[in-house]
Design a protein around this ligand. Sequence first.
Ligand code: UDP
Length: 332
Amino acid sequence: MSGSGPDHVLVTGGAGYIGSHACKALKAAGFVPVTFDNLVTGWQEAVKFGPFVQGDLLDRAAVDAAFAAWKPVAVMHFAALSQVGESMSQPGKYWRNNVLGSLNLIEAACAAGCLDFVFSSTCATYGDQDNVVLDEGTAQHPINAYGASKRAIEDVLRDFGVSHGLRSVIFRYFNVAGGDPDAEVGEFHRPETHLIPLMLDAIDGRRGALTIFGTDYPTPDGTCIRDYVHVCDLVDAHVLGLRWLQANKGSRVFNLGTGTGFSVREVVAASRSVTNRDVPMVEGPRRAGDCTKLVSGSTRAAAELGWTPHRSDMATMIADAWRWHQSGHYSR
Ligand code: UDP
């Protein structure tokens, strides 16, 4: 506790998909989430659970001012560009925004003495490793600029741990899906690039047929396999990670996935049965930068944080996403 009131947590990207769900979870856990977001990909309407600071991580003075104004006890750093395909065509955008922005944030946090840091990393840092169990000790060989930018930030965090005593919990997300069951916040990107929201758009005619990116992968049905985790379960892990930092004063890396893989065709089939609607789709070529299979092979988050996913079965994730899709969205 800092001062007399509840602890503040600086949440970068709090106006985005995962960040907004994290703010809801933080508030429920008794923290005050202070959103810091440039609204490039986020939505002001998604900031519902605490104060909002509009600012850009590339603006160091704005970041310093946020630490001075709110005196957060910890940082949760979600703000990032996160599209694999775009990272392959515009790598400079990813290195500048993700890496330089994070460096500013990390330096500012250290300068402010705010040394508990929760970071959103990704399974894309592992790259395409056939027949390798992906646990936290697996060597990281990203094959796209998005994954490479996230791995670089992991390195920065480790270096600042040594030099400044920064303590970090690094979460390597697998594929995040679903939405708040109350539909107060949800997944809404413009443009949308992620499989499940695109599929729901195709189902209700908001866009044309879904294109399956590649049907010649060395998987049982030829499409890529991913490990999908519900956004509410994912942000619960962040609250546990924050408490772990406060209790342990160390640093740790955790995969966040369920350990179960679904092919693109399997996700399509599940959506068909949850929505009871046809999924218009066409088969297309592979998307540059896509790994064949990304499935977590670790139970560390369960063992060490006590993390138990409750909503990460595919039908629940799609049902929650579908409810949000039909009821809510943001606008500028
Ligand atoms: N995908 C697809 N069609 C789309 C969007 C995605 O077939 O329009 C596939 C993509 O190739 C990957 C999986 O769905 O195998 C999940 O992609 P998404 O962009 O949702 O997440 P990523 O795995 O890139 O983080």
